[in-house]
Design a protein. Structure first.
Length: 363
């Protein structure tokens, strides 16, 4: 039986952080590489030119059966006559003004940012027009693209997956059991869009209004150049209550999740949001803004992105119990990278009308 030949486009070779689109692409590729029914390759940009030009794909990809484009906009640099599958995450680039609101940018930087996003939106539109199939990472993303592109046809919903063999309860990690010394944790991009300023305000309320002097907030991830984390911490007088851990590998993040009591994800805007599921998979309580990834989980406390609402959510979470076994079964079945890999393989088969059975394999 002939193998399905799939090219997965990945613009840059470097991996920025341990989550996000780059990380998802790499994990999906590694998962699909395990099945004997696929001849699958990552296709990178040319790296001849610096900056955005490193994303360019000059090679013809017609030797593959399917071109999987998991970064909308990259497809405009690809020459092929073969069917294209595009994964979409959000439609924020179609409304760049929303993205630059409240950012500490000069007028020149705002115009530059606006122009780049506007140009990228044309690339996304072009990619979609060439695609045989569209995958949205959430029902919300699906609805927004159906509204924007009413003639798209059926859009599949496949969420990003998590590494359940990494993000799980770790028996060798012992956390402090004193309720008065709670450890709050956040990981991801550190910026205004992710609500980090509101998270710091929440810690201030917990300390000053609710008497929780021994709460400490640990932050992991990359700091956005337009967000001065040190200034935001110092102007609130929280220098002794906040620890910045820097960027972490997935294995290191799993330890941080396990060490923590409550994971807080106050994002103002997220097309999906993987960290809350990773945290839940590690068996810790989660307080999150109402983003697509948390909707299927009643175990997650949903809040508004305000300091008052997040404070209330954290106070509720202190005494909340989680049916860990039930959560882990649900995540493994529907949100593990193995399950997501199976969903994409089945979609490849549909696109080519091939009847191939997905092989189950051990971790």
């Amino acid at each position: 039986m002939d193998k399905i030949k799939v090219a997965i486009l990945k613009g840059r070779r470097e991996l920025s952080g341990s989550s996000g689109v780059d990380f998802f692409i790499l994990k999906l590729y590694e998962e699909l590489k395990k099945t004997p029914h696929l001849d699958i390759n990552l296709i990178y940009g040319n790296y001849v030119f610096p900056g955005i030009f490193k994303f360019l794909h000059f090679n013809n990809l017609d030797r593959y059966d399917i071109i999987h484009n998991p970064v909308p906009g990259l497809g405009m640099f690809v020459r092929t006559r073969k069917p294209i599958l595009t994964t979409v995450y959000d439609d924020a680039m179609f409304n760049p003004r929303m993205l630059i609101e409240n950012l500490n940018l000069s007028t020149y930087q705002k115009y530059k940012f606006y122009l780049i996003k506007k140009l990228w939106s044309f690339g996304v539109t072009y990619d979609i027009s060439r695609s045989k199939k569209i995958v949205a990472v959430s029902k919300e993303t699906k609805l927004s693209y159906e509204k924007r592109f009413p003639n798209l046809g059926k859009i599949e919903v496949i969420p990003p997956g998590i590494e359940t063999n990494i993000f799980k309860p770790l028996a060798n990690v012992k956390k402090n059991k004193n309720k008065n010394n709670l450890r709050l944790f956040y990981c991801g991009r550190l910026c205004f869009r992710k609500g980090i300023d509101v998270l710091l305000d929440t810690l201030l309320i917990l300390k000053n209004k609710h008497g929780h002097k021994n709460f400490k907030l640990f932050l992991a991830g990359t700091v956005d150049p337009n967000f001065n984390l040190v200034d935001e911490i110092n102007k609130r007088g929280l220098g002794d209550s906040v620890a910045y851990l820097g960027a972490k590998t997935p294995e290191e993040l799993a330890v941080e999740y396990n060490l923590s009591d409550i994971f807080v994800f106050p994002s103002r805007l997220d097309s999906y949001g993987i960290p809350p599921i990773e945290a839940l998979s590690c068996g810790i309580k989660v307080v999150s803004s109402n983003i697509p990834s948390v909707n299927p989980f009643p175990e997650i406390i949903k809040v508004e992105t305000t300091a008052e609402s997040i404070t209330e959510g954290i106070l509720r979470a202190i005494d909340k119990s989680i049916n860990l076994k039930l959560v882990q079964v649900k995540i493994e079945k529907n949100y593990s990278i193995k399950a997501i890999g199976a969903s994409y393989l089945n979609l490849y088969k549909k696109m080519l009308s091939k009847k191939i059975t997905y092989t189950k394999y051990a971790n």
